[in-house]
Design a binder for this molecule. Structure first.
Ligand SMILES: [Zn+2]
Length: 266
């Protein structure tokens, strides 16, 4: 790809080698190869291809985009970085959340971070591959596992314990025991079971519950009792807890869980 222009060092990983000044002799022959600092031969070739190669239509290979992102970020090449970021965003949905999180943290792609972390928390742990674990690192993986456990406990509590109707006293209601029973049944069937759906993709998220409550058929409950318990549930802040939990863990990740290594293994 670039053989006609430069002779690259045959060294495998060039990370950690002392950077040396490129002289006019470097790259001229095998005795004086160019040794780009903090770059592998393959990454440097990808960058040269981006700069000097013939234009090719997207989609581009992932390792190519990551190499251009890495080296152009490292060497302040704004156009190369913009090219890589733009094209990575085009294939964003195909990138596993663990990879998005890692790329986002290394290369300051801030808008990827929270959605990727969020997706990881709500991905069943058994579905995380060894590669996901490698991208995450042990500390981030353990944080994700702990948040999942807490979120699971929150879901069970919310599903099995309906917002209480006991303290709602509407003088006109003459069969309040019936209101309480119907409300509890309604909650478990319309909210509880859906929150605990075994497939996370279909499970009702806490933030979606207010929409469900708005459309709930409260016909088995005295109207004012039903309205009062829904209003109480909405005002309790309970449906924000899940997002709050993920948000707090995300902040903890950024502040306290350093990246274990910056190498992206594909
Ligand atoms: Zn009632």
């Amino acid at each position: 790809m670039c053989g006609g222009m430069f002779k690259l060092s045959e060294g495998q990983e060039l990370d950690g080698l002392p950077a040396k000044l490129v002289t006019w002799l470097d790259g001229k022959d095998d005795q004086s190869p160019i040794r780009p600092p903090q770059a592998t031969r393959q990454e440097f070739e990808h960058l040269l291809h981006y700069i000097y190669g013939e234009w090719q239509s997207p989609p581009y290979p992932l390792d190519y985009l990551i190499a251009v992102l890495k080296l152009s970020s490292q060497w302040d090449m704004a156009q190369g970085r913009a090219f890589a970021v733009y094209n990575l965003k085009q294939i964003e949905k195909d990138l596993p959340p663990a990879l998005r999180l890692k790329l986002g943290r290394i290369y300051d792609l801030d808008e990827w971070l929270l959605p990727a972390f969020h997706a990881l928390v709500f991905t069943p742990l058994v579905k995380l591959t060894p590669q996901d674990l490698h991208w995450l690192g042990l500390s981030a993986y353990s944080l994700v596992a702990r948040v999942r456990e807490k979120a699971e406990a929150e879901r069970k509590t919310l599903a099995f314990i309906p917002p209480s109707m006991d303290d709602i006293k509407i003088p006109e209601c003459t069969r309040h025991e019936q209101c309480i029973k119907n409300w509890n049944d309604l909650w478990v069937s319309k909210v509880g079971k859906r929150v605990l759906h075994p497939n996370q993709i279909f499970a009702l998220k806490f933030w979606q519950i207010p929409h469900v409550l708005e459309k709930l058929d409260l016909s088995g409950i005295f109207k004012k009792c039903g309205e009062a318990v829904v209003a109480k549930a909405l005002a309790s802040g309970a449906f924000e807890r899940e997002e709050l939990l993920v948000g707090q863990a995300f902040q903890y990740l950024l502040l306290n869980v350093p990246l274990e290594d910056k190498h992206i293994m594909l």
